[in-house]
Design a protein around this ligand. Structure first.
Ligand SMILES: [Zn+2]
Length: 94
């Protein structure tokens, strides 16, 4: 999916850090069509149940680089300091 073309209300799973705007968003994954956006930092809640659901449009103002991202199902993307995306196959936690 190309994020610049999805509706702003597309349901997106975020960690509490991103939800509360405590940390920059760095990690995006597309898992079976579910879009997840996490800070990717230490002690992130990405693999817990303590997650939130928001519309992707809320994140575009905070991180315009999202609009450059095209991410297929089964892929994850990490935002570099230069605001370029590194895209790779999704690694599932065990
Ligand atoms: Zn987090």
């Amino acid at each position: 999916m190309k994020l610049s073309e999805v509706p702003g209300n597309l349901r997106t799973i975020v960690c509490g850090h991103v939800f509360r705007n405590e940390r920059a968003l760095v990690f995006v994954s597309n898992q079976e069509g579910d879009l997840c956006v996490f800070c990717g930092g230490p002690f992130c809640e990405a693999h817990t149940d303590n997650l939130h659901s928001i519309g992707i449009g809320h994140l575009f103002d905070r991180e315009p680089a999202l609009l450059e991202l095209e991410i297929e199902e089964g892929s994850e993307a990490i935002l570099g300091l230069d605001k370029s995306w590194a895209i790779m196959p999704l690694r599932m936690p065990n």
